[in-house]
Ligand binder design. Structure first.
Ligand code: KMH
Ligand code: ZN
Length: 273
């Protein structure tokens, strides 16, 4: 079965001081996404930064970044509505008005490192409804078993209707489940039938948990949002080596990477607007 590779080039936390290759400005992000597309990624998970490199939900910056990516390649854009811990939920939610093909839906409030990631139930439900109205497919980021249950409650309330549900199992965020194979297996066992899922393994366990996820039939995400290092002591010189590594892992498991057209069909994405 082919594998959907998502590139997550930037994220909300790291800075150029952590890794000088982190793309933060629209041109840089578009360049990194294009390289990842050429290497086999079919989805781009996008966080935006302002001119001072702070996380932002600024709609002009988002539109510009989406346009620059679209000028370069037809990769499917998944806008993060997580944006950054300091950005109010309402601003984050407004990003879906740009109608990316997909957007993150984070179902629960949680501790996130030394901060708080605010996702109040009523606002999450409103965002899920709005995504439904706009035809923006949610990428459900779940950091714990209870987050899965919260998503299933949204589904049962009719707020997640587009099949197949698309889950990201996030491991390694301080405040969410630890990055262990045992936790990953527990989550995979608990997923509803016929869903699509990927592993997001943050930090040191990125390589091994991505490999386990691929071996279990999941999809993979790669990029500097999740891992700044290729291996201990070796900063990744960009997103490309991380994406290539995921593509190579998948290939070694006889899983070719899905093209944009295959991914669109696999995820049953609503048509573009
Ligand atoms: N970096 C992720 C683990 C989102 O994109 O919506 C958390 C996140 C959520 O950034
Ligand atoms: Zn993200």
């Amino acid at each position: 079965m082919s594998v959907v590779i998502t590139v997550a080039p930037t994220g909300p936390i790291a800075s150029k001081a952590d890794n000088p290759a982190l793309p933060t400005q629209p041109q840089e992000i578009a360049g990194a996404v294009h390289q990842a597309y050429l290497a086999g990624a079919s989805v781009a998970h996008i966080h935006l930064r302002d001119s001072g490199d702070r996380p932002t939900a600024d709609l002009d910056i988002a539109r510009r970044t989406m346009d620059l990516i679209a000028e370069r390649c037809p990769i499917l854009i998944q806008l993060s509505t997580g944006v950054g811990l300091a950005v109010p939920f309402e601003e984050r939610a407004a990003l879906v008005e740009l109608r990316p093909r997909m957007a993150t839906l984070n179902p629960c409030t949680m501790t996130f490192g030394s901060g708080e990631f605010r996702n109040p139930p009523a606002e999450v439900a409103r965002l899920a409804r709005r995504m439904q109205e706009l035809g923006v497919k949610p990428e459900l980021e779940i950091y714990d078993t209870g987050h899965l249950d919260a998503c299933l409650r949204l589904r049962d309330a009719g707020l997640l209707s587009d099949w197949p549900l698309q889950f990201s199992l996030v491991l390694g965020v301080a405040g969410g489940m630890a990055a262990t194979a045992d936790n990953l297996l527990t989550m995979v066992r608990r997923l509803p039938p016929d869903c699509v899922w990927q592993v997001i393994a943050v930090g040191r366990a990125n390589l091994e948990l991505t490999a386990i996820g691929l071996a279990l039939g999941g999809n993979a995400r790669a990029g500097l949002e999740d891992a700044l290092y290729l291996r201990k002591g070796e900063l990744s010189p960009g997103n490309l080596p991380l994406v290539q590594r995921a593509v190579n892992l998948a290939a070694a498991l006889d899983r070719p990477t899905a093209s944009v057209a295959e991914t669109t069909a696999l995820l049953r994405l609503p048509p573009p607007h």
